[in-house]
Design a protein around this ligand. Sequence first.
Ligand code: P1T
Length: 382
Amino acid sequence: MRWHTLAVHAGTEPDPLTGAVMTPVYFTSTYAQEAPGVHKGYEYSRTHNPTRTALEMAFAQLEGAKYGLAFASGLAATDAVLRLLRPGDHVIAGRDLYGGTYRILRRVFENWGLQVDFVHTSDPAQVEAAFRPNTKMIWVETPTNPLLHISPIAILAEIAHNRGARLVVDNTFATPYLQQPLQLGADIVVHSATKYLGGHSDVVLGAVMLNSDADYEQLRFLQNAVGGVPGPMDCFLVLRGIKTLPLRMQKHSENAQRLAEALSAHPKIERVYYPGLPSHPGHLIAKQQMRLFGGMLSVELKVKDVNDLRPFWEALRIFTLAESLGGVESLINHPARMTHASIPEEERKALGITEGLLRLSVGIEDADDLLEDFSQALRKIP
Ligand code: P1T
C-alpha cells in the first residue's frame, strides 16, 4: 500500500458489529464475560480496549513493524522501553534530546541503577568509544530536539548489533512518513504521538513500534502491569490525525524549508538549524534517510538577553509562544526557559541551547503569512 492510502486505512476496518466506518470510541472500563474467563478477548480496559487496539495496529503499520503499543504519553512510552533494561545496564544516549527524556534518564533511571552516558550520536566514533561491556542500548533522536542534529541510523544499528545492544530511535520529529528507523536496522521506535501523529495539539499520547517478539511480550506486560495507558478518546484522536499525516508533513516541510532559507539571510539571525539547508552538517545523511526534512527548525538570534525579546513575543500574531510541536498551527518555543529547562544550565550552554535560541514548529498555514509574521516581530527587537 502506498503512503496516502496507508495513512487513511491504517488500523481501521469497518466495525464488525454495526459497519461504522470510523472506529468507535469504546468508552468502557470493563466487558461482560459469559463465564469466568470466557470472553470476547476483552476483560478490562487497562489491558485491552478496541479503540486502542485499532491505534496500535495503525502504529505498527506506519513504521512497517510487527507490533505497535500505545501509552499515555511519549514519556510513558520512553519509561516502558527503558524498563526493558536491568539496574547495572549502561545506555549511550544522544547529547541533544528532549529535556524530559534527559530528565527521565538522569533523575529517574539513574536512581534506579541505570548507567547513562550522553554523546553526540551524529558522530558514530563517539558512540563506539562510549561502549562498555554492560552497554545494552543506544538511545537517539534524529533530528534532535531542539538543535536538529542528524544521526546515521543504519550505521548506529550496525554498531549496536555488533556489540549485542539495541538501537532505539525517538522518531517524533521525523514521523514514519519521513523516516522509518526499523527499515534502517533500528530495534525499537518511540514517538510522542502528541506531536505530528496526533497533529492537532489536542491530545497527549505515546507510541512504541518494534519487531522483537520477546521485547513486545515484555512491553505488553509492562503496559498492563504499570498501567500507563491512553484513554479511548485519546486513541481516537490520534487515529483521526494519522489519516492526514502525509499531507500535513508535506506542507510542514515545504513551509519550514521556505522559512529556513529566508531566515538564513536575516540580519537579526546568527544561525539557522534545519537539515534541509545544504549548509547543515547532517544534510546528506538526512537526504538519504528522510523523505523530506520536516517541519521543525531552530534559529539563533543575535540577541543574547532574553529580556530583549519581550517586544518580539508580543508582536507575534500567528506564531504562538508555547511548548510542544507538530500541530497544524505554528508554535514558537524558547528551549532554555521552556522545554529544556530541566537540563542544567552548564550542560545547556555546552550543547548550544542558549538564551538566543528559538525553536519553531512550522505549521501548515500559508508560508507568506508565517514569514511576514516572523519578520515583523523580529523588527520589534531593539
Ligand atoms: O510530551 P510527551 O507526549 O510525553 O512526549 C515526550 C517527548 C518525547 N520525545 C520527544 C522528541 C519530544 O519532543 C517529547 C515532548 N516534547 C515537547 C513537549 C516539546 O515541546 O519539545
